[in-house]
Design a binder for this molecule. Sequence first.
Ligand code: PLP
Length: 421
Amino acid sequence: MTPGAACLSRQGRDLVMDGVSLKALAAQYGTPLYVYSQQAMQTALRSYQQGLSGRSHLLCYAMKANSSLAVLQTFAQAGCGFDIVSVGELERVLAVGGDPAKVVFSGVGKTRAEMRRALAVGVSCFNVESEGELEVLSQVAVDSGHTARVSLRVNPDVDAGTHPYISTGLKDNKFGIAHDQALRVYQKAASLPGLQVTGIDCHIGSQIVEVSPYLDALDRLLELVEAVETSGIALDHLDLGGGLGITYTDESPPEPCDFVKQLLRRLDERGHGHRKLYLEPGRSLVGNAGVLITEVLYLKPGPKNFCIVDAAMNDLVRPAMYEAWMGIEPCVQRDAPPQVWDVVGPVCESGDWLGRSRALAVEAGDHLAVLSAGAYGMAMASNYNSRPRAAEVMIHDGQATLIRERETTADLFALERMMAR
Ligand SMILES: *Cc1c(COP(=O)(O)O)cnc(C)c1O
């Protein structure tokens, strides 16, 4: 079993989440089915909160990882803020009663309409990613009579040689403002009407399982903080983004609590202990709290053995898109010796696979659980091949609640119109 997924265990042969049999849920709700442990989400959040307790901070769940309303509700009720990347995400936060004053708005391509809405509801901060965006935000703020609090997303350009897994903190990607341009852009931000400079931020990548790249990025940011403040612009908060990894196979990332404590210690050592620390975790709050249940449709043995299941890349795209390895476990263990299978879906693409070369004792009609599927699973699901999207269930106190109904085929084309002739 995935060591990171404490919500999963075996009761006899049965795979259970927080005591609830996944096979029973598959029978009740059908497949493909996402199942989440609310408790696992709350435990992950509490670990961050414990690390931050006693310190000035804002924890913003990066909701692109899983934006289902019941998931957002879970975090909002626990006092968590949100990192959003679109007005659609903002409306979801508002729909669950989330506090817009705890929302940070990230993303390289915010539209004027999105800025207007975010200003009207009073988001905490815009994480601005370019000079062009800064100018537009200033105009929109002035036109609408609001002040936009801004933080500049700086690209710390953390050394790729040292940290090859970092994908968004380097010079040659679309995110952020180059480190060597940042001071000039801060001065510009301070001179534009309608803007109030409040912070600095970065987000260096995803599925990072060590603390050292964060400490390097923090050092780089602090150099800038000092330069910006020396130039007469006060900064209130420092946002280190998200990106903390989870255990998919044998990774051993730090616990959020320890991770946060190491960041705070570095801040203290560098004389910045008074700063308000913002964090934007996504995957590490939800990833190991979810599984995707799928039914085995056919076994197709041959030179390569294929196990064809009813979940596909449209339900869970991480393997197809990132060649991601995700654990696959039978919902009910069999006695038979395992054979090696490629677990593939029904979509008409060779890239439609969930797992390759997996040792499984399996028969048609069995159910499999794809593990660690709570993050970037349902949130990235599509209707490719006209496949209705999966249902979702949340477990709380040993009870399962349907939190998203399965799409119907009528839903698939409800918004479409035929030509008059
Ligand atoms: C995606 C993203 C996050 C969350 O990343 P995880 O790897 O899921 O923790 C946080 N901040 C920003 C700006 C992002 O784009």
